[in-house]
Design a protein around this ligand. Structure first.
Ligand code: SDX
Length: 432
């Protein structure tokens, strides 16, 4: 196979040798280009879960899983979380550079312009059962946006900004309205005098009779958490958004599919399951050893939720920042949370355990984020909705990048067939 210096790899199949070109990314990662493999050898590759397979080149996000590095358009995620607003990072992901003051002001104007949803959509909420999962509502409402706002424009910058800010603003509004409806409370409309995160918390927790000022500690923490979630290269939901977009489906349909993929407990749904796991541990006397032993038992389907990652074989940099945010919010609000104590004990014991060490299992983005959202009052079943609000600009940037390369190539993996050979239909009365 190719070494660092050579620009091709050699493969011999059934005595026939082919030379396959090598690709090298801007940070030095290497790939064997197998685009012509089947034509030249008659065989395909086999890689369930695509752990060894890239399906695109991308300029958006870089992850070094061995060293715990995450950069959006070249900026380290912690640098962005410390110095930017989520809206600036959304602009960066979509446009490739941070906005100047004028571009940011225009983005904020468009976010306000698009912050409402069509009043006919507001009635949709009344017909969901109270126990409807917020991710089900979110996905359905987003694909319904395509009925109310069918125009997506072309790929001109002003069309892109209109489409992006419309989705960013309306997703936040849909999430808050859905929560209010689940409580049976009147919805709180967005306000043009509030910034993105403050507006969301106001819509979520104020009401026609409660006009409390939004706590700036929580608004700032939300801003940082949304930045931590904003993109993560070709994760499951981003791959789904690209796959649906590759069929020439519209952006709303693609994002709605991404929301459904994110809902999975192995993916973004893990943040809800982390809190439920910590609550279970607390309800059973707070003994973390039992959870550790269950996670190690191959006969037990239990997994340590918020631990492990396909790419990070070191500490997820987002988990490190999320833990810091959680502890600073607790200190600022002078609060304690027994679930944080349990989470830290669980982390310490897992990281000291050979089972987790041998498999390079560390806390991932979902391990600490829910604990901070709890301090904001976000209900557990809405935690993955918060992940979706943060990930939206990343999904959009990935979809736009796929579409910017001309006619997208439809995503259509091959397979190795292992089913029965040819069979002939027997009349039903003769079947055993
Ligand atoms: C996200 O891809 C992304 O970038 C995703 C994400 C993003 O920003 O988009 O980072 C967000 O989805 C984070 C992950 C959230 N999910 C969880 O926290 C669920 C718990 N984690 C696991 O289910 C698992 O770690 C995955 C799904 C995250 C990764 O699975 P992989 O890469 O397919 O790894 P694997 O299942 O093959 O595990 C390898 C070994 C296995 O043991 P052995 O067969 O070698 O004995 O590690 C074990 C697994 O059993 N293992 C765990 C474990 N995770 C892996 N054992 C116990 N607890 C766990 N959490």
């Amino acid at each position: 196979m190719g070494d660092k210096t050579c620009d091709s790899a050699t493969l011999t199949v059934d005595g026939h040798t082919v030379s396959l070109p090598m690709m090298t990314g801007s940070e030095g990662e290497r790939a064997v280009d197998i685009r012509h493999l089947r034509r030249e050898t008659g065989v395909i590759t086999y890689d369930p879960g695509f752990a060894n397979t890239g399906d695109c080149t991308s300029d958006i996000t870089y992850i070094d899983g061995e060293h715990g590095v995450l950069r959006y358009r070249g900026y380290d995620v912690e640098d962005l979380a410390d110095h930017c607003e989520f809206v600036e990072v959304a602009y960066l992901l979509v446009h490739g550079s941070l906005p100047n003051a004028q571009q940011k002001a225009e983005y904020s104007r468009l976010l306000n312009l698009h912050s409402l949803i069509h009043e006919d959509m507001v009635h949709f909420f009344a017909h969901y059962p109270d126990r409807a999962h917020p991710m089900a509502v979110l996905s359905a409402m987003v694909v319904s946006l395509s009925s109310f706002y069918p125009e997506l424009g072309e790929n001109r910058r002003e069309d892109i900004d209109m489409t992006v800010t419309r989705l960013l603003s309306k997703l936040r509004t849909i999430a808050a309205f859905s929560y209010k409806k689940s409580l049976g409370e009147p919805i709180v409309y967005p306000r043009h005098d509030m910034k993105y995160c403050e507006n969301f918390l106001n819509m979520m927790f104020n009401s026609p009779v409660v006009k409390d000022p939004v706590n700036p500690v929580l608004a700032d923490a939300l801003n940082q958490l949304l930045i931590l979630h904003a993109d993560h290269e070709q994760n499951c939901s981003s791959s789904v958004v690209r796959a649906v977009g590759s069929a020439d489906a519209n952006l709303y349909a693609s994002i709605s599919a991404g929301i459904c993929a994110l809902w999975g407990p192995l993916h973004g749904g893990a943040n809800q399951h982390v809190i439920e796991m910590l609550q279970d541990i607390r309800a059973n006397g707070g003994k973390v050893d039992r959870a550790i032993e269950r996670a190690k038992n191959r006969d037990d389907s239990f997994r340590l939720m918020g631990f492990g990652h396909r790419v990070y074989k070191s500490y997820d940099p987002r988990a490190r920042v999320a833990k810091k945010i959680c502890k600073s919010v607790m200190a600022a609000l002078n609060r304690q949370d027994p679930l944080l104590d349990i989470a830290q004990e669980l982390e310490a014991k897992a990281l000291a355990d050979p089972y987790f060490q041998e498999r390079n299992l560390y806390p991932n983005v979902d391990f600490y984020t829910g604990l901070t959202y709890r301090q904001m009052g976000i209900p557990t079943d809405m935690l993955t909705v918060m992940f979706a609000i943060g990930r939206l600009p990343g999904w959009i940037a990935q979809w736009l990048e796929l579409r910017s390369e001309g006619e997208p190539k439809i995503a259509r993996p091959r397979q190795i067939y292992t089913g029965p050979g040819l069979r002939t239909v027997v009349p039903i009365e003769e079947r055993p």
